[in-house]
Ligand binder design. Structure first.
Ligand SMILES: *[C@@H]1O[C@H](CO)[C@@H](O)[C@H](O)[C@H]1NC(C)=O
Ligand SMILES: *[C@@H]1O[C@H](CO)[C@@H](O)[C@H](O)[C@H]1NC(C)=O
Ligand SMILES: *[C@@H]1O[C@H](CO)[C@@H](O)[C@H](O)[C@H]1NC(C)=O
Ligand SMILES: *[C@@H]1O[C@H](CO)[C@@H](O)[C@H](O)[C@H]1NC(C)=O
Ligand SMILES: *[C@@H]1O[C@H](CO)[C@@H](O)[C@H](O)[C@H]1NC(C)=O
Ligand SMILES: *[C@@H]1O[C@H](CO)[C@@H](O)[C@H](O)[C@H]1NC(C)=O
Length: 274
């Protein structure tokens, strides 16, 4: 009796707290194609005139025709002056070749120009790359809005064992992605769930943000895995400054990832839950 009453109390308290903080939590935003090839968000802030649209077209087209000598899959630049100034960033998935990167940027910038060119701000998350632009300054600034959660429809075979392994794997990859000093803040790897199921995952930040901001962005994304993709065997947390993805199959170039060991305590239980 006593315990069920205090349980009720805590549930009520939890509901009240959730209700109080709910309005400050950003909404999952944007639309995705049915098969998840890409997700798109044209922002509502400001309508773009002809000159802005011209600048936008020239800027976005430069990404897919750009051939850097030191390819790192990251592009940033600006066009225009004053009210017609646009800043844009493009990031390819860390395991892609320059050719595959260019192909993704060409497709994605075409979709942005078709769907969002009258908007002063927009973002597209495709499977292999992300492109965003804004009238505001965006370089070097950690941005976690808008975001999109994209769960897989399928369930793991063994949910209780799956979740702690997933959490540990994503934590490991997030730490590694944030700690790299190179222009590629990217880590990929896989881990084995007892029973043999495999989880493949990656974590990536845009390299213009610093280590602390990258770590913040990815850690926050890991905590959203439950709301995003709770109990599913795959999913993506997509943000402007960082993204996470996990699947039950090897979706990245096998040379880009390695096996991550999951620590087991003496009792045979997982040592890590968060
Ligand atoms: C994408 O590539 C096609 C074919 O090369 C080209 O016509 C088009 O302008 C490119 N789009 C962008 C946005 O660069
Ligand atoms: C683009 O990024 C590079 C590397 O992070 C940086 O050196 C450069 O200043 C950036 N360009 C602009 C226009 O901010
Ligand atoms: C973007 O534009 C294309 C072609 O106009 C259209 O088929 C597609 O549905 C649009 N995508 C979204 C997410 O609105
Ligand atoms: C991944 O999950 C899907 C859906 O549950 C399943 O059909 C498929 O066999 C799994 N793939 C692997 C490699 O286990
Ligand atoms: C990014 O990191 C800097 C310190 O490096 C910090 O001052 C800033 O608040 C961080 N930005 C966000 C959005 O957390
Ligand atoms: C991630 O896992 C690898 C392989 O198990 C390990 O060597 C590495 O120290 C871990 N890194 C972090 C930051 O946890």
């Amino acid at each position: 009796m006593g315990s069920s009453r205090s349980m009720l109390f805590f549930i009520t308290l939890a509901i009240i707290i959730l209700h109080l903080v709910a309005p400050t939590i950003a909404q999952d935003d944007g639309t995705c194609t049915e098969k998840g090839e890409y997700c798109l968000k044209c922002s509502d802030t400001g309508t773009a005139g002809d000159e802005y649209q011209e600048n936008l077209k020239s800027l976005l087209s430069s990404f897919s025709s750009n051939t850097q000598n030191n390819y790192d899959g990251f592009y940033n630049s600006s066009r225009g002056q004053d009210s017609n100034k646009i800043n844009a960033i493009a990031l390819c998935r860390g395991d892609l070749s320059q050719d595959s990167c260019q192909t993704c940027l060409n497709k994605s910038t075409d979709i942005l120009l078709k769907n969002c060119s009258t908007h002063k701000e927009a973002i597209i998350w495709a499977e292999h790359c992300m492109v965003r632009y804004s009238h505001d300054v965006i370089f070097g600034i950690e941005q976690t809005d808008p975001f999109k959660h994209l769960p897989s429809p399928n369930y793991p075979k063994n949910p209780e064992q799956f979740e702690p392994v997933l959490t540990h794997l994503l934590g490991n990859l997030s730490d590694r992605a944030a700690s790299t000093n190179s222009l590629k803040k990217f880590a990929a790897g896989h881990a084995t769930v007892p029973g043999g199921e495999l989880i493949y995952a990656l974590a990536q930040c845009t390299p213009d943000i610093d280590k602390q901001n990258c770590s913040n962005c990815l850690k926050q994304s890991v905590t959203e895995i439950r709301t995003c993709c709770g109990k599913k065997n795959g999913g993506r947390v997509l943000k402007p400054s960082c993204n996470l993805r996990y699947e039950n199959n090897s979706f990245y170039a096998s040379t880009a990832g390695s096996s991550v060991d999951i620590p087991v305590s003496k009792e045979g239980m997982y040592a890590y839950y968060g």
